[in-house]
Design a protein around this ligand. Structure first.
Ligand code: 5GP
Ligand code: ZN
Length: 113
């Protein structure tokens, strides 16, 4: 997808600090970490946001969550706890329109819900 920062990261056109990769997802450190551990997990397929996820993405979405769980263990935040966030659209403050899940840990977070 042209002009998508995360597609450019996937293509290696923009450097990133990789944490994990497989055929379906790519995980890397957020450039402006909001917590001691702040990883972004993105699908390799360009999907703009949760609004555009479909039935056919069911397995991919499950895989993203289980990847977050796996990385939380590997990064040592599984026991202390972590938060997984997906921002969808303007009101949620989404700034990059390639669907992504934030994995945050190493700190305590204000409870939103
Ligand atoms: P959103 O606000 O859309 O939920 O999250 C976008 C995230 O992408 C932000 O936390 C922002 O810091 C991160 N980000 C934006 N551009 C880049 C980049 O070029 N590299 C990396 N590693 N993270 C980025
Ligand atoms: Zn993209």
């Amino acid at each position: 997808m042209e002009n998508c920062i995360f597609c450019k990261i996937l293509a290696g056109e923009i450097p990133s600090k990789k944490v994990y990769e497989d055929d379906f997802v790519y995980a890397f450190h957020d450039i402006a970490p909001a917590a001691p551990v702040h990883i972004l997990i993105i699908p390799k397929e360009h999907i703009c946001c949760m609004n555009k996820a479909e039935e056919s993405h069911k397995e991919l979405l499950g895989h993203i969550l289980l990847t977050a769980q796996k990385l939380a263990k590997e990064l040592g935040i599984a026991d202390s706890g972590y938060r997984i966030i997906n921002n969808c659209g303007e009101n949620a403050g989404q700034t990059v329109f390639h669907m992504h899940f934030h994995l945050l840990g190493g700190d305590t977070f204000t409870k939103l819900v």
